[in-house]
Ligand binder design. Structure first.
Ligand code: 9MG
Length: 356
C-alpha cells in the first residue's frame, strides 16, 4: 500500500494564506488542497481530499519525499550555451523532417525549408526546437535509421549553427549519436529509452538531457484498444520506473524530464483524465513536458476538425498544461502558443504581485 499526492484547488495568490498554500515545483502556481490517492499495486483503493495546512501530519518517508519533490524548484536546463528557465512554461517548437507527418503534411520534407521553419520558431519564442525524422502518428511504420539520419542531420546542423537549442526526437541510438554530433543538445525519446537497447548508454555518455515519454504499445498498434484501470496512477508508476532505469544506466536525475505521452496508447477519456491530473506527476521531481498540439483528442472534441484546424484546442490544452505546472509545452504553432502563454504569464504575475 502506498499513497500518491495530486495537487488540486489552485489559487490565484498565496498572500494572506500563510501555511495554507504550497507552490507547485517552484513555478507560478499555488494550491491549497491535495487528493491523497491510496493505491495497492496499480489500483486506487481510496481518495481523500485534505488541506495543505497540516499535511505534514500525514507524512511517512515516501510521502515526505514526494512532497519535497512536488514543491521544490526545478533547476534550469542547460542546452549548450543556452540556459532555459523552468520556473515558467517554455515552448518547444516541432519540426517534422518527415515526408508523411500527420500535422504538417510533409511541408518540411526539404532540409533547408525545415531548418528555416525551425529558425522562425526560435525567433517566435520557442526555447527548444525538436527535430524528428520518423513519424510517430498512430499507424506509422518504422523508418530505417539511415533514412532517419539523412532527414534530421542537415536540419539539426543548420539550426544548431544558427544558435538554436535543438532536441532530437528519436528512439534510435545511432540517430541519437548522429544528431548529437550534428549539434543537438537534448534527446526526446517517445519510447522512454525502451525501443533501442543501446539508447540509454548513448544518452548517459553524452550527458544530454533526455525526455522519457509514457506510451502503451508501439505507434503501429497503440490506438487499437488502449486499456488502463487507472490511467493517472499507471502513468505515474511507469514513469517512476523509467526514471529509476535511466538513473541505473548512468543518466543523472538532473538530466531527466518526463512526459505523459498524450495520444500514445490512450483514448480521449484517458487523455482528458491525464490532463486533469497532470500536476500529480510533479511528485516525480523532474521537469514535465507535454505535447497535445493538434492531436486527435482535439478533433474528437470538436466535430472531427482536421489537424490543421486544431489551433484553438491546442491552445486550450497548452494553457491547461501551464495551469498544472508543465515546464515545457511541445507545439506546432509557436507564435500563437507563445502569445497565449505570455498572456497567461501576465495574469499570474499580476496575481503574484503583493498589493502596495
Ligand atoms: C514526438 N512526439 C509526438 N508527440 C509527442 C509528445 O506528446 N511528447 C513528446 N515528448 N514527443 C512527442
Amino acid at each position: 500500500m502506498r499513497t500518491l499526492i495530486r495537487p488540486t484547488a489552485f489559487v490565484d495568490s498565496p498572500f494572506g494564506h500563510d501555511g495554507k498554500a504550497a507552490r507547485l515545483a517552484g513555478g507560478l502556481n499555488w494550491f491549497v488542497a491535495v487528493e491523497l490517492i491510496a493505491i495497492e499495486g496499480q489500483r486506487r483503493t481510496s481518495t481523500e481530499l485534505i488541506p495543505v495546512e497540516g499535511i505534514e501530519s500525514r507524512f511517512d518517508d515516501d510521502l515526505a519525499a514526494q512532497w519535497q519533490a512536488l514543491t521544490s524548484p526545478r533547476a534550469p536546463l542547460q542546452l549548450g550555451e543556452r540556459t532555459i528557465r523552468l520556473d515558467q512554461p517554455q515552448v518547444m517548437g516541432i519540426v517534422n523532417a518527415t515526408p508523411d507527418s500527420f500535422s504538417d503534411g510533409g511541408q518540411f520534407a526539404d532540409a533547408s525549408a525545415a531548418a528555416s521553419a525551425g529558425a522562425d520558431m526560435a525567433g517566435e519564442g520557442a526555447a527548444i526546437i525538436d527535430v524528428g525524422g520518423e513519424s510517430t502518428r498512430p499507424g506509422a511504420s518504422v523508418v530505417w535509421e539511415g533514412d532517419e539520419i539523412e532527414r534530421v542531420v542537415p536540419v539539426i546542423r543548420q539550426l544548431a549553427a544558427g544558435g538554436a537549442a535543438v532536441s532530437a526526437d528519436t528512439r534510435k541510438a545511432d540517430v541519437m549519436t548522429a544528431a548529437l554530433e550534428a549539434g543537438a543538445r537534448m534527446i526526446n525519446d517517445v519510447s522512454a529509452l525502451t525501443y533501442d537497447p543501446r539508447s540509454a548508454e548513448v544518452a548517459a555518455a553524452a550527458g544530454a538531457p533526455v525526455i522519457l515519454m509514457h506510451h502503451q504499445g508501439d505507434p503501429q498498434t497503440m490506438q487499437d484498444n488502449p486499456r488502463y484501470d487507472d490511467v493517472l496512477v499507471e502513468v505515474y508508476l511507469w514513469l517512476e520506473e523509467r526514471i529509476a532505469a535511466a538513473e541505473a544506466a548512468g543518466i543523472a536525475r538532473e538530466k531527466i524530464l518526463v512526459d505523459p505521452g498524450f495520444g500514445f496508447g490512450k483514448n480521449v477519456g484517458h487523455n482528458l483524465e491525464l490532463m486533469n491530473g497532470l500536476a500529480m506527476l510533479h511528485s516525480l521531481g523532474v521537469p514535465l513536458v507535454i505535447g497535445a498540439s493538434r492531436k486527435r483528442t482535439i478533433g474528437a472534441l470538436s466535430a472531427e476538425a482536421p489537424a490543421d484546424r486544431r489551433l484553438g484546442g491546442s491552445l486550450a490544452f497548452a494553457l491547461k498544461g501551464a495551469e498544472q505546472g508543465a515546464q515545457v509545452i511541445r507545439a506546432h504553432d509557436v507564435f500563437e502558443t507563445v502569445q497565449a502563454l505570455k498572456v497567461w504569464r501576465g495574469l499570474r504575475d499580476q496575481a503574484l504581485t503583493p498589493r502596495a
